[in-house]
Design a protein around this ligand. Structure first.
Ligand code: URA
Length: 210
């Protein structure tokens, strides 16, 4: 992937995203849409995976058929909202290895602090896709990618549903080598760090905790 930021403009992605943004959308429908949209985004973020061929037999003859090459990819969810994207992606890529990064924001320093970290082995030989629905300030995303790099990952992509320009700039400064795939580049952050126009708190909307 050459571009630092890819906005997936596919009509199905954009239509589903609009339904997710609407405040009257129920938790059940929000979750279902997130599952569907995450599969469409997964399609985009994996479209240049290395391929090889395998000799197979169809009912009619033998052929060299294309298959994915290399180690299983690693999907790394930033807790907790990342898990919403993860579920749909795992339906599409069931053999992917899975990792989790847990970060909370220190209320005094406003910096992300790690409380959980578990990732697949041999990250240096896999494509790692770090997932979090909302790229807002970019502080926790940049910190999560730092940790994933420290664990050995060299080929990393970042997948989100919505990105704020502030978050994209922060990621570009901290991790220019990590391409970002998103369904929308929104307008800005509000004073609370929420993306505008956004969709509200992604975790609360997917887990019904509001
Ligand atoms: N996290 C969210 O859930 N929503 C935002 O708008 C920003 C960060």
């Amino acid at each position: 992937m050459k571009e630092h930021l890819t906005v997936v403009k596919h009509p199905l992605v954009q239509h589903k995203l609009t339904l997710m943004r609407e405040k009257t959308t129920s938790t059940a429908v929000f979750r279902q849409l997130l599952r569907e949209i995450s599969q469409l985004l997964a399609y985009e973020v994996t479209h240049q995976l290395p391929m090889t061929t395998r000799r197979i037999e169809t009912p009619l003859e033998e052929m060299d058929a294309p298959v994915l090459d290399g180690r299983k990819l690693a999907l790394i969810s930033i807790l907790r909202a990342g898990n919403g994207l993860l579920d749909g992606m795992l339906e599409l890529i069931p053999s992917a290895r899975v990792g989790f990064v847990g970060l909370y924001r220190d209320e005094e320093t406003l910096q992300p602090v790690q409380y959980y970290f578990k990732v697949p082995e041999l990250l240096d030989e896999r494509l790692s896709i770090v997932v979090d629905p909302m790229l807002a300030t970019g502080n926790s995303s940049a910190a999560a990618v730092d940790l994933v790099k420290k664990a050995g990952a060299k080929d990393i992509r970042f997948l989100c549903l919505l990105a704020a320009p502030e978050g994209v700039a922060r990621m570009k400064e901290a991790h220019p080598d990590v391409p970002i795939v998103t369904a929308s580049l929104d307008e800005r952050l509000n004073e609370m760090g929420y993306i505008l126009p956004g969709l509200g708190d992604a975790g609360d909307r997917m887990f019904g905790t509001q």
